[in-house]
Design a protein around this ligand. Structure first.
Ligand code: TYC
Length: 101
C-alpha cells in the first residue's frame, strides 16, 4: 500500500476533526422586554415558544444563559443579527460568544 506523505496525512486528520463550537449567550438587562427575548429565541435560535420562555426566564433570574451552540461563523452571524434587531427597536440586549470547551 502507498504511504501518504506528511502533508496528506495532516489534511486527512483535519478533515475528520469536528469544527470548534461556540455558545451564543444572552445577557440579562433591566430594559429589554421579555416578549422581545422570547421572540428572538424562536426566530433566530429556532426554539419552541415553551423552550424560549424557559430560557428567557433563566436569563432573567440567573443573569445569562445559552441561546444555542454553533460553529464560529454561524454564531457570529446570529450575534450580529440579534444585536441589529435589538438596537433597531431601541433595546440594550447584549449577546456574546464563548467557546464551548
Ligand atoms: N430582565 C428583562 C425584563 O425584566 C427581561 C430580559 C430577559 C432581558 C433576558 C434580557 O437577555 C435578557 N424585562
Amino acid at each position: 500500500m502507498t504511504k501518504r506523505d506528511g502533508a496528506t496525512q495532516l489534511q486527512e486528520r483535519q478533515a475528520l476533526k469536528r469544527p470548534p463550537l461556540y455558545r451564543v449567550l444572552l445577557i440579562n438587562d433591566d430594559y429589554t422586554p421579555m416578549e422581545f427575548v422570547v421572540y428572538v429565541l424562536t426566530r433566530f435560535f429556532r426554539k419552541s415558544e415553551a423552550e424560549a420562555q424557559r430560557i428567557m426566564l433563566a436569563v432573567h433570574h440567573q443573569g445569562q444563559g445559552v441561546a444555542g451552540v454553533y460553529t464560529r461563523e454561524v454564531a457570529e452571524t446570529k450575534v450580529t443579527q440579534v444585536i441589529g434587531l435589538a438596537r433597531s427597536e431601541g433595546y440594550p440586549l447584549q449577546v456574546t460568544l464563548e467557546p464551548e470547551s
